[in-house]
Design a protein around this ligand. Structure first.
Ligand code: NIG
Ligand code: FE
Length: 407
C-alpha cells in the first residue's frame, strides 16, 4: 500500500518513548513523551507533525481527517521474535502438558518441535504462505505493525527457504533459524550443520536478515552454535540466539563474543549473565508469554533493567511454547510478572525491539520522519496497553498512514 496523507485528529493523548537514540537503558526506559489533546499529521506515510491539535491543524489544511474520538495513541508495536511459519498445531501436546507432561519430555520423545516440523513439511510452500498470512493478520489485530518471523520448522532445504520466502512476502523481517532442532533423518548435529551451512545458507542469507540458533541441552551446544553463527555472520547475516531458556549453557558469553543483536528467553540467566549483558551491546529479549505458557520461572527482567541492559519484549508466537500473538498481553505480563512499569514495557516493545531488527530510526516512535505506524487504543490512557489484562484495547491499526479499523 502506498503511504497515505491524512491527519489523525482528536486524540486524548499520544505517547511514545522519549529521546532519539536506541536502545534505551535504565532510567531512559522510564521516560515517555505524552502529548494531550493531540493530532498527528501524516504525509507520504510518514509522521509530518505531532503535537497539540491547534499546532498540527495549522500545517495540515486540506488533509483527510481521521477522527480518533478522544482515544489514546501509541506507536505501532514491534514484535522482534516470532515463529509464524508452521503447519498444524500442538493442541494435543498442550492438553498433555496441562495434565503434567513436561515440554522437554515431549520434545525428547519426538513430539514438540519435531511434530511441528512434520506438519510444516507436509503443508508445502502454499500452505506455509497461507499460515504466515493468517498469523500476520492475528498480530496486526493486536497492534503489531513491524514483526520478525523465524523459519526453523522445516529443517530441510526446501521448507526452510519456503518459510523465509513466506515471511518476507507477508512483510516480515525474516530470520533463518536453521539450527532449531536436529531432524530425525540426519545422523547427528554435526552432519546436520554440514548440510545446512553448505546447501541452505547461501540461499537463506539472500532472503533473511539474521540467523538464530537454539542453544540448549538437547538442541545445539555452545561449540556448534558458534560454528553455525560464525558461518552465518560470514555470509552477511546478523546474529540472534535462543539462550538460557532451561539451562545456562553459554549463550550469553557467546552472544557477547560474536556481537549478536540479541539473546532471547533468559529464564535461567543468573547474576553473572545479567552483569555481562548489562555491560554489552547485546539486547536481552524477554518472552514472558513463553515462560507463562510453559509454567517456567520468569526471566530476571528487573535485574536486567536496573543493571542497565538493553531490554526488549516479544511474544515468541509459536505453536508449542507460546501460542500467543498479543504484545498488549505481553505488556501486562511485563507489568504484573516482570516488575516493569508500563513505560518500560512500551520502550521494550517499540524502540528497543526495533533496535533488535535494525529499524529504530524508522519505527518505534512517533516523532516527525518516523513511519506513520500508529495504534489507536480504545481507551483514554495509553497505559491501558499493560493495564487491561487480555482486554480489547486495540481499536484501529494504522500502517504507513493506512488505517484498519477493528471495532
Ligand atoms: O522460542 N525454544 C525454542 N524454540 C521455540 C519453541 C518452539 C516450539 O516449541 O515449537 C521457543 O520457545
Ligand atoms: Fe522462540
Amino acid at each position: 500500500m502506498a503511504g497515505a496523507d491524512l491527519v489523525i485528529d482528536n486524540l486524548a493523548q499520544v505517547a511514545w518513548p522519549a529521546g532519539s537514540g536506541a536502545p534505551l537503558r535504565a532510567g531512559a526506559m522510564r521516560e515517555t513523551v505524552v502529548v494531550r489533546d493531540a493530532a498527528i499529521a501524516v504525509r507520504d506515510g510518514k509522521v509530518a507533525a505531532v503535537g497539540p491539535r491547534a499546532e498540527v491543524a495549522a500545517g495540515s489544511a486540506g488533509l483527510d481527517v481521521l477522527d480518533a474520538g478522544r482515544r489514546a495513541a501509541v506507536p505501532g508495536l514491534v514484535d522482534c521474535h516470532t515463529h509464524p511459519a508452521f503447519g498444524g498445531d500442538r493442541v494435543d501436546e498442550f492438553s498433555l502438558r496441562a495434565r503434567g507432561a513436561s515440554y522437554e519430555e515431549l520434545h525428547a520423545a519426538g513430539g514438540g518441535i519435531l511434530s511441528t516440523v512434520r506438519a510444516t513439511r507436509a503443508a508445502g510452500e502454499e500452505g506455509i504462505r497461507r499460515a504466515v498470512e493468517r498469523h500476520r493478520g492475528w498480530m496486526l489485530r493486536q497492534g503489531t505493525t513491524t514483526w520478525e518471523g523465524k523459519s526453523g520448522y522445516g529443517l530441510d532445504r526446501d521448507t526452510e527457504l519456503a518459510s523465509l520466502r513466506a515471511i518476507r512476502a507477508a512483510g516480515g523481517v525474516a530470520t533463518w533459524l536453521g539450527a532449531h532442532a536436529i531432524p530425525p533423518e540426519v545422523g547427528d548435529a554435526d552432519a546436520y550443520l554440514d548440510f545446512m551451512l553448505a546447501d541452505v545458507l547461501p540461499e537463506a542469507s539472500a532472503i533473511a536478515e539474521a540467523a538464530d540458533v537454539f542453544l540448549e541441552e538437547g538442541a545445539f551446544d555452545a561449540a556448534r552454535a558458534r560454528r553455525y553463527l560464525e558461518a552465518c555472520r560470514a555470509a552477511g547475516l546478523e546474529l540472534r540466539l535462543h539462550g538460557d531458556q532451561f539451562t545456562e549453557s553459554g549463550a550469553v558469553p557467546l552472544a557477547i563474543d560474536l556481537g549478536a543483536r540479541s539473546v532471547d528467553h533468559l529464564e535461567a540467566t543468573g547474576p553473572e549473565g545479567v552483569r555481562a549483558l548489562a555491560a554489552s551491546d547485546v539486547t536481552a529479549v524477554l518472552l514472558p508469554a513463553s515462560a507463562l505458557f510453559l509454567d517456567r520461572p520468569m526471566p530476571p527482567a528487573r535485574a536486567l533493567a536496573d543493571a542497565g541492559a538493553a531490554v526488549a519484549l516479544a511474544t515468541d508466537f509459536n505453536p508449542g511454547s507460546a501460542f500467543c500473538e498479543s504484545l498488549p498481553l505481553v505488556c501486562s505480563l511485563a507489568a504484573t510478572q516482570l516488575g516493569l512499569s508500563p513505560a518500560e514495557a512500551l520502550v521494550a516493545c517499540t524502540v528497543n525491539a526495533a533496535h533488535v531488527l535494525g529499524r529504530a530510526s524508522t519505527v518505534g516512535r512517533l516523532g516527525p520522519g518516523y513511519a506513520a505506524d500508529v495504534v489507536l487504543l480504545d481507551v483514554p490512557d495509553w497505559r491501558y496497553l499493560a493495564y487491561h489484562l487480555a482486554g480489547e484495547v486495540v481499536h484501529t491499526v494504522i500502517v504507513g498512514g493506512n488505517p484498519t479499523r477493528l471495532r
